[in-house]
Design a protein around this ligand. Sequence first.
Ligand code: SF4
Length: 383
Amino acid sequence: MKQRRATKPVYVGDVKVGGGANITVQSMTKTDTRDVAATVRQIHELEEAGCEIIRSAVPDMEAAQAMAEIKKQIHIPLIADIHFHYQLALECLKGGVDCLRLNPGNLRDEAQVRQVVDSAKERGIPIRIGVNFGSLPPVGGIGRTRGFSRHMDLVNKLPKSGEDSDSDYSVVDHMVATALWEISLLEDQDFDQIKISMKAFDVPTTVEAYTRLADMVPYPLHLGVTEAGTLLSGSIRTAVGLGELLYQGIGDTIRVSLAGDSTDEVAAGYEILKSLNLRRKGAILVACPSCGRADVDVIKLANDVDALLKKSNKEIRVAVMGCEVNGPGEAKDADVGIAAGAGRAVIFRKGLKVRVVAEEDMLTALMEEVEKTEVAAEGSTQL
Ligand code: SF4
């Protein structure tokens, strides 16, 4: 795994992004932002799930005004997601949001962007430049507001990453040029509290866009695959794209976009980071898939253990293995492990065999050992 790319840190509220900080997991609310009570309720659920930064859509002035009240009632930094209207960004800044997300595809008037940057700079608030395949400016229309129809933007005619084409200008070229245009506007105003995202649904395009930009600018990157899909397909799609980038040392904060519960986005985000040993959050369950050799119902046991571990939220590695083939090896490698045999199971703790228990006592005995195990705090494992 490559060393993490060095970036200029920004602070979203009190959360450091980039500059070697932990890679943070963020999400977005799915409520009507104007409904303050519902939005705050959802954010509290997300805080409970471990979400570290939250973003809410700001489609109109009522939503922009609601952001001030939402901000007062939550404990994690709040980002205002702005498209089309710069006045909404100004209102959100006035209301005390911790960061703005601006879309350079649909907020293309230089003078308006400059006003927003002035206000953000005055308040020390960072801006994410959120480039998104679905809302890129028309080809030839970066930073231009007149003379283009949204429906004739020619973006869909550009080749995606890896596609054969006669064109020497690709979607990735257009995404990078779009990002660079807005970066230069911000830099012209001596503003460097910048984060950038380069999202597309197409994974190779997403990976290439981030990789190209990572070599060109010093700013932290917010990673995501846009409109990734439902829980299973969206998590896999995102994990493939983000896994590649994170392995290359690229990425400072992530969001898994799912057509589903936002708490699942947070859980999926941590699973991706845990898979690369980039974060610790809750337990890591090593579970064998079961096969004809299994001596016990290992799938049920793994699911029972998983449910109990989620409740305890302890940062621990637990192995549940169905027979003696890989069981002892994996179980010994975990903080606590169980290797089942015919009618009984051996429990290991930190590599040592601690108990042999009857099949009916496996779950209770394993969880007792989990409770007894001391684990180091996350800071000590930061990679
Ligand atoms: S650990 Fe045993 S039961 Fe589980 S998959 Fe491997 S061989 Fe099958």
